[in-house]
Unconditional design. Sequence first.
Length: 233
Amino acid sequence: MAKGGIKQWPADERPREKMQKLGCENLTDAELLALILRTGDHTSDQSAIDLGRSIIKKFKNLRSLSTAELSEICEIKGVGLAKAASILAALTMASRINTERLQILEKFNSPIQVYNHFHYRFRDRKKEHFIVLLLDAKNRIMKEVQVSEGSLSESIVHPREVFNPAIRESALAIILIHNHPSGDPSPSNEDKKITIRLKEAGTILGIKVLDHIIIGDGGSKPGYFSFVEGGLL
């Protein structure tokens, strides 16, 4: 590939012209990043494509890059906060295109609704996130609340933290949701203990636990585990 700034390269080697001629699907990950970055570091002889290659070298692929922190991307020489923010914004938009978002007051009908909403959001997360969906008397979604982040335990996912938002919002039912960073949605013994404990607490409070859904990475179908479908709730 030609040296120097991209404007000095042959036209068929420039990412923008290559996209116009061959389409987006024929650009490498580094070339796609170069189009987002537009220019390299003005303090060096790096081009945007050089910068794109440096980013891919560090994170291996775009999927891994999409879960990186801003500070991690900024560690790469030539990538400041503005460029890092542009990259994550573009990757987040791509993720949302693939997400069937649950809408407020949408009626809950099946676990696949929840999986389709949370799959792209959580499939590559390195930590577990515990979410509660609050529902009204007609099983319509009222609100989403994150209860905890980190490895699940009975001390972290306490009934008080789970049901306080439901009581404040006058919810009559809840759906428990969390992800497994391993990608395998099969419930652990801790998951089962927590679910039983929360179901019992809900019975006392008059708030029904409709389901507990574990989100996997989608590598194996259906990519989630439902305690109701699995006969555990």
